[in-house]
Design a protein around this ligand. Sequence first.
Ligand code: 9YT
Length: 143
Amino acid sequence: MIVRALHETLGTDREVKAETWTSRRLFLADDRMGFSLHDTLIHPGTETRMHYKNHLEAVYCIAGSGSIEVVATGHRIPICAGTAYALDQHDEHILRADTEMRMVCVFNPPVTGREVHDETGAYPAATPTAPSVPGSASLGATS
Ligand code: 9YT
């Protein structure tokens, strides 16, 4: 079993800061779980355009409020504590934070550590890391 506390990530390589967010990465690819788990703060008053072409991401908002816009349709959905979204179509999106938002994020395949968005809003494709549990299925993404 791996046990990791949020405070242990602060000020380490697991705390990754970008202009509009700070991602505290609790579990990463080298934990061999088949996903990564992040506790992410989205800074108030910001907007972040993202397009995870190489990953699937699920996000659960546990504090704060804002909205997500699906770029392809222009559809805007309010996000507040208790709302989750899954980018099952690798959806390009714009996240707007009205107040500081605290998000629990899961990436499949897992991110490896220091990723920040490239110019297209993506993280680079990961090198496959097998889950450590014998017989467990890989959660491989498709692009
Ligand atoms: C909610 C979201 O996607 N924020 C951007 C940061 C990213 N999720 C991360 O690496 O924690």
